[in-house]
Design a protein around this ligand. Structure first.
Ligand code: ADP
Ligand code: MG
Length: 544
């Protein structure tokens, strides 16, 4: 490709674009800051929502950082790195995505100030790393212990996660069922997110949402004459078909007179009858089958008054097993009563034009379902996101066993500790640590701005309270004054904060180390990818 016949020597393809040194840094920082700026207005209980319309015209209305960034289809490579921060935060904690992204943006903004003062990026990176470590220490120091029995605090965590979201109006009801769900499936302090199924159905109001001590399946009973409800259900789980196996090889059966055909059909029917008889003998009155159920078998089952559903997803089978205590059988040959699980009630319920199977009232279920209701699809979707955040927060709180109060209190406290720490360092590192401390304050500042309060007044007041030793002094965004966030019940998992600081500082360090961006030509755009200083599809740089 390179035209190396004559002077300039190209080592890169012709349409490669390259930015070096300060230009590269400036572009990268600007792109990252743009991402942070985009989600900033959604932070906190007074944050606004965003409406994102995709290329098909589908609309998402949300307040959730990671959802916004996912739906935006960001193209700039550095901006994408910030989106990754949100995704990591979502995966690790399930909440705090906006916080992580705006701290990262602010770290980079403050780094730029230092770069302008001719401080070398490696020096900034070093200072940031030290500060990040100190910040972790400070957060751990200030956190309070939490156990599974402390239901009141668990509820506060859920309510905090939901304040200001679409689910707000029903947060007490939702808190009740979410806490119950998480405590129910917890093994010690560990909770597996996959043990809580979140199912949503449009219709009714958010208050109609419920916790099912068992499972909701997107399945109807296979035969219309089967019972609609089975009380005291003895549940059989089967992962093979209730069918006569079709031979793998194409077999030809030669018959010479019609009675032989009848014999063949009779034989098939007998095998199916045998299979169903085994089920009946085991005492099962509900069967969930991962594979198919033959029409004839369906008939026999319904004649015996057994409720059956087929082609149940593997993941649902596993959850059914954990909810009912049934084992998953691979064959029917030796089914016995002890393989069966229990559910107080199995029933088919019609929602709109869809039939669902509810497996309710399991005893000590290790898998449960939160059924989310709401007037429209958009409402249900946004409530689901809020519920997921809340479940994630509870899991994170229990797994670490520590929580903090929010409302900006931890960020101010960390900044205070960092400033104190900075005085023990030499010149340039000191500046970097101070810049990190300033960056932490973006959280309370944004909470204030989004609530229409004066950020300078609020920060000054907050800082003076923390100087007096009130570590939980936070911002009452509703009354516009400083409050004790712990007493106010604004409680969050420690992990939200530690993970946000960790991810934000790591990405900032990564971006600051880049001094050369080499972008190959994009095949689809005919324009080097990611090179424009802004981002694909977004406006220019906002005023700061
Ligand atoms: P994120 O995506 O970072 O979770 P949120 O929009 O959920 O963003 O906002 C979280 C921030 O709002 C946290 O700093 C939290 O402490 C704060 N917050 C939550 N509830 C309250 C409240 N009642 N009063 C003040 N701040 C609150
Ligand atoms: Mg949140």
């Amino acid at each position: 490709m390179a035209q190396n016949q004559q002077q300039p020597i190209y080592i890169l393809p012709e349409n490669t674009m390259r930015t070096i040194g300060r230009d590269a840094q400036r572009n990268n920082i600007m792109a990252a800051r743009l991402v942070a700026e985009t989600v900033r207005t959604t932070l906190g209980p007074k944050g606004m929502d965003k409406m994102i319309v995709d290329s098909l015209g589908d609309i998402t209305v949300t307040n959730d950082g990671v959802t916004i960034l996912n739906e935006m289809q960001i193209e700039h490579p550095t901006a994408k790195m910030l989106v990754e921060v949100a995704k990591t935060q979502e995966a690790q904690v399930g909440d705090g995505t906006t916080t992580a992204v705006i701290i990262a943006g602010e770290l980079l903004k403050n780094a730029e100030r230092l770069l302008d003062q001719e401080i070398h990026p490696t020096m900034i990176v070093k200072g940031y790393r030290q500060a990040a470590e100190k910040a972790q220490e400070a957060l751990n120091e200030m956190a309070e212990n939490l156990t599974k029995d402390d239901k009141a605090t668990l509820k506060k965590i859920v309510v905090t996660a939901m304040t200001g979201k679409g689910a707000e109006s029903s947060k007490d009801k939702l808190a009740e069922i979410i806490v119950k769900a998480v405590v129910e499936v917890a093994e010690g302090n560990l909770v597996d997110m996959t043990d809580i199924k979140i199912e949503k159905k449009v219709g009714g109001g958010i208050d109609d949402s419920e916790l099912i001590q068992g499972l909701v399946l997107d399945k109807e009973k296979v035969h219309s004459t089967m019972p609609k409800q089975v009380r005291n259900a003895k549940v059989l789980l089967l992962d093979s078909a209730i069918e006569v196996k079709n031979t793998e090889i194409d077999a030809k059966i030669q018959i010479t007179d019609p009675s032989q055909l009848q014999g063949f059909v009779d034989q098939e029917e007998k095998i199916l009858k045998d299979m169903v008889d085994r089920i009946i003998k085991s005492g099962a009155n509900v069967v969930f089958c991962q594979k198919g159920i033959d029409d004839i078998a369906q008939y026999f089952l319904s004649k015996a008054g057994i409720y059956a559903a087929r082609r149940v997803k593997k993941s649902d089978m596993e959850m059914l097993s954990r909810a009912t205590g049934a084992g998953i059988l691979t064959k029917l040959s030796n089914v016995s009563p002890k393989d069966l699980g229990f559910a107080g009630l199995v029933e088919e319920v019609k929602y709109g034009d869809e039939e669902l199977t509810f497996v309710r009232e399991c005893k000590n279920p290790k898998a449960v379902t939160l059924l989310i209701r709401g007037g429209t699809q958009h409402v249900v979707d946004e409530v689901e996101r809020a519920v997921r955040d809340a479940v994630g927060d509870l899991i994170a709180s229990l797994s670490v066993g520590k929580v903090v109060a929010g409302a900006g209190a931890p960020e101010i406290e960390v900044a205070k500790k960092l400033r104190k720490y900075a005085t023990s360092l030499s010149g340039r590192e000191q500046l970097a640590v101070q810049a990190f401390a300033d960056a932490m304050e973006i959280v309370p500042r944004t909470l204030a701005e989004n609530a229409g309060l004066d950020p300078i007044d609020m920060l000054t007041e907050l800082k003076s309270e923390h100087d007096k030793g009130n570590k939980w002094a936070g911002l009452d965004v509703f009354k516009g004054k400083v409050m004790d966030a712990w007493k106010a019940g604004v409680i969050e998992p420690l992990k939200i904060k530690t993970q946000a600081v960790k991810a934000a500082s790591e990405v900032a360090e990564l971006i600051l180390r880049i001094d050369d961006v080499i972008a190959g030509g994009s095949k689809s755009h005919g324009m080097p990818q990611g090179m424009p200083p802004g981002m694909g599809g977004m406006g220019g740089m906002p005023e700061y």
